[in-house]
Design a protein around this ligand. Structure first.
Ligand SMILES: CC(=O)N[C@H]1[C@@H](OP(=O)(O)OP(=O)(O)OC[C@H]2O[C@@H](n3ccc(=O)[nH]c3=O)[C@H](O)[C@@H]2O)O[C@H](CO)[C@@H](O)[C@@H]1O
Length: 370
């Protein structure tokens, strides 16, 4: 089986690509995988680390108005369509799968023109524009949320599979994880993550939260800041009398390459509402406070978050209402009410789809005719 995986920009598009590719590879003795992304996306860091080949094309997003940038991007996209065609003709894939990001447009379109079987995987409740357009050309659209089915013009092509999560998310063992992360196994653990690129407003609010909880011996906060904000947070906490270099209750990381371990120990999560992060939380049955990123395309993170809220798995705080004080209050309410946390954890677990990657792999075999 030969597969091209196209996806990039953020972790929310790259990890599903990796997960689907590995699930397909696990079902066959011979599998060649090529990733196609962009030079500037997180894929340029993550994919080589995972040991897979990555080819890049140059592609940019469009603004919703007439501009020079848009004109340049039309030219870029035409060039990238040509390059995608060359990559596909050279690699000769049995199937091309897109998991989101601008890079999917030219790669999936070129594959479809060349008559190669194609599938896109839409992670969000509210589908992105690129995927809506692509859905007219591809053979199959696999969606992470049942609610997303209606976003597409050709519902007969749409299949609900759930969002794929790395198998390590399910296999990570709590006891091993405490040791690997240097955390205490006797404390209530709060995991804070603003998605693969971090979230500045969340980080700002967290400064106050660390201060409020610094003397609460029973609580430890593992806060993943994202690479841009790490020094800002560590420096600011120092000014507030919290030295993160000395083992304390505030553990600050810029990025976690071993997120599955962090999920294995999290008793409560404070997250943005990226679809893969939410799929991971629900697969492990972790209750959460969600602060959707308000500038995500068509505000799709809020749609994601509201599904968890509606089902009793999460509490949502809107970014514009977020303050350190409000966040600290919500955390105190939940940590002070273990019965509510348990109910939320059960609700979270009910929403999880840990078998999604397997379902997607089977679908890929069916589509490719292999
Ligand atoms: C700003 C934006 O538009 N973000 C989008 C992006 O999400 P984004 O990449 O920000 O977030 P997701 O939650 O979907 O995925 C993040 C992935 O990165 C991993 N991770 C994150 C931080 C870290 O330190 N280590 C780590 O491994 C998480 O475990 C997860 O697997 O794609 C998602 C899927 O289409 C969308 O729902 C999000 O709205």
């Amino acid at each position: 089986m030969r597969i091209i995986m196209a996806g990039g920009g953020t972790g929310g598009h790259i990890y599903p690509a990796l997960t689907i590719a590995k699930a397909i590879a696990n079902r066959t003795t011979s599998c060649e995988i090529l990733f196609v992304g962009t030079r500037n996306g997180l894929e340029a860091d993550i994919i080589p680390k995972e040991g897979y080949p990555l080819q890049t094309i140059d592609v940019g997003g469009f603004e919703r108005r007439l501009s020079w940038k848009n004109l340049m991007n039309v030219l870029k996209t035409m060039g990238s369509l040509w390059k995608s065609r060359q990559i596909i003709q050279q690699f000769k894939p049995d199937i091309v799968i897109g998991t989101g990001g601008y890079v999917c447009g030219p790669v999936l379109l070129a594959a479809s023109i060349l008559g190669i079987p194609t599938m896109i995987q839409e992670q969000n409740v509210f589908a992105g524009v690129t995927n809506k357009i692509l859905s007219r050309f591809v053979d199959c659209v696999a969606v992470g949320y049942q609610e997303a089915v209606n976003c597409f013009a050709a519902p007969d092509k749409v299949v609900f599979t759930g969002n794929p999560i790395r198998p390590e998310v399910m296999s990570a063992v709590r006891d091993d994880a405490y040791a690997a992360l240097g955390l205490s196994r006797d404390k209530f653990t709060i995991l804070v993550s603003g998605g693969s690129r971090g979230a500045h407003t969340m980080n700002q609010a967290m400064l106050e939260v660390h201060q409020v909880f610094k003397d609460k011996e029973q609580i430890q906060i593992l806060h993943v800041t994202g690479q841009n904000d790490y020094n800002y947070i560590v420096g600011n906490l120092k000014q507030r009398g919290i030295d993160v270099a000395k083992a304390g209750n505030s553990i600050i990381k810029s990025y976690l390459y071993n997120m599955p371990y962090a999920l294995a120990v999290a008793d409560l999560a404070i997250f943005r509402a990226g679809a893969i992060g939410l799929a991971e939380l629900t697969a492990r049955g972790i209750p959460s406070i969600l602060i959707p990123y308000p500038y995500a395309a068509e505000n799709h993170q809020e749609f994601n978050a509201r599904v968890l809220e509606k089902n009793g798995a999460a509490v949502v705080i809107r970014d514009k209402e977020l303050t350190g004080q409000l966040l600290a209050e919500r955390i105190a309410q939940l940590t002070g009410n273990r019965a509510q946390l348990k109910t939320m954890a059960e609700a979270s677990k009910r929403l999880g789809c840990p078998e999604a990657a397997e379902t997607l792999a089977k679908l890929a075999f069916q589509l490719s005719g292999k």
